[in-house]
Design a protein around this ligand. Structure first.
Ligand code: GDD
Ligand code: MG
Length: 351
């Protein structure tokens, strides 16, 4: 069985982080996001190939994962000539597929039991099965209404407030029968959410829901990106190095923490980092490879990507700093600040 990972979006809501780093390889601690999704797909031994459906900076992604040798699962890359939308991309990537296909949005992190989803799909002889998750505000998602037998009776993408009749949304994980792809026009922009799913409902085909109340997040915004790291450090989502040991102060063996520097748990300090005397690394901070934090700087609740330098006495709280940035001496980054790669913040600046 094949899985298609939809990873062709531009990641506009994560800009400027995604200007040089496509969303599927945005790092979560020291691993590209896609690794976490592939970990989940590997739960199903039946899945023998993952097709990555891409169009934005595909080569960057291919460089990291290759044919999947290190992952223990075969990877194939399908690059659309132009973005075809979620259904167009499935049709394009799934040209030669037969039987059931697992389709996954490339930006969701979850611990859903995929084997159970597949079992439900088969038991109900469904044409499509969709994972739903309850959220407080469905307006940014696809709202999905079901009947008492968990048949999908309404699918409304990005509902208006007056259209919100329940709290279950599309979690971006589906099992689809590939012979249903014939209703998707070839090489045309087409949406799974706006056209394909509503067509299943309209034609009264067997379209069932699997409700998953456990951990689920779409990492598509800076706030959610920070939240994923918090959730892993707090143990709400089990992933290394915090799986089983939440609230850890994790420091790579070759990082250099000078005497007089303070590290407060939970935090993650990657390879080659230097933290100078008097600096404070507060809880929920991630310092990427080879970051350099000068004397008396303070960094808390922030994610700093690789090779960035934080100047003496600088103060960063609740921010995200891209790769190769320079935050100058005594500069202050306010909560919510997001710096793209190679940003330079002049000494004494305030945001
Ligand atoms: N190959 C390809 N081509 N992939 C695409 C394209 C395209 O043209 N457009 C979007 N994608 C990929 C994105 O990279 C992402 O992984 C996934 O499809 C979903 O697109 P988003 O842009 O992230 O959509 P969203 O978050 O607003 O909404 C979707 O996800 C929600 C759950 O997170 C919808 O599926 C909602 O119904 C759902 O609730
Ligand atoms: Mg998304």
């Amino acid at each position: 069985m094949k899985a298609i990972l939809l990873a062709g979006g531009k990641g506009t809501r994560l800009r400027p982080l995604t200007v040089h780093t496509p969303k599927p390889i945005v790092p979560i601690f020291d691993r590209a996001f896609l690794y976490y999704q592939i970990d989940l797909l590997r739960q199903i031994p039946e899945i023998d190939e993952v097709i990555l459906s891409l169009n934005y900076q595909p080569r960057r992604i291919e460089e990291i994962f290759g044919a999947g040798e290190e992952l223990g699962i075969k990877l194939r890359y399908v690059v659309e000539p132009a973005p075809l939308g979620t259904a167009g991309a499935v049709k394009y990537a799934g040209k030669d597929l037969e039987d059931s296909v697992v389709v996954f949005n490339g930006d969701v992190l979850t611990q859903v039991n995929l084997a159970a989803v597949l079992e439900l799909h088969r038991a109900r002889r469904a044409r499509a099965t969709i994972v739903l998750t309850p959220v407080e505000n469905p307006s940014a998602y696809g709202l999905v209404e079901t009947d008492a037998d968990l048949n999908v009776v309404n699918f409304r993408e990005k509902p208006r407030p007056d259209e919100i009749a329940c709290n279950t949304i599309n979690a971006g994980i589906y099992v689809l029968e590939s012979d249903t792809f014939d209703r998707i026009p070839k090489e045309t922009t087409w949406s799974i959410e706006r056209s394909y799913f509503p067509s299943l409902v309209q034609r009264k085909e067997t379209f069932v829901a699997y409700i998953y109340p456990g951990y689920w997040i779409d990492i598509g915004t800076p706030a959610k990106y920070l939240q994923v790291h918090r959730d892993i450090m707090d143990g709400r989502f089990a992933a290394p190095p915090f799986a089983g040991v939440a609230h850890l102060t994790w420091v790579a063996p070759d990082a250099r923490i000078e005497a007089g520097a303070v590290l407060e748990a939970p935090c993650f300090v990657d390879q080659g980092v230097v933290v100078k005397a008097g600096a404070r690394i507060g809880p929920y901070t991630v310092l990427g490879r080879h970051c350099y934090v000068e004397d008396d700087a303070s960094v808390g609740s922030s994610i700093i990507w690789a090779n960035s330098r934080i100047g003496r006495d600088a103060s960063i709280n609740g921010a995200i700093v891209g790769r190769n940035c320079l935050v100058g001496r005594s500069a202050t980054l306010a909560p919510g600040a997001v710096l793209g790669d190679k940003s330079v913040i002049t000494d004494y600046s305030r945001t």
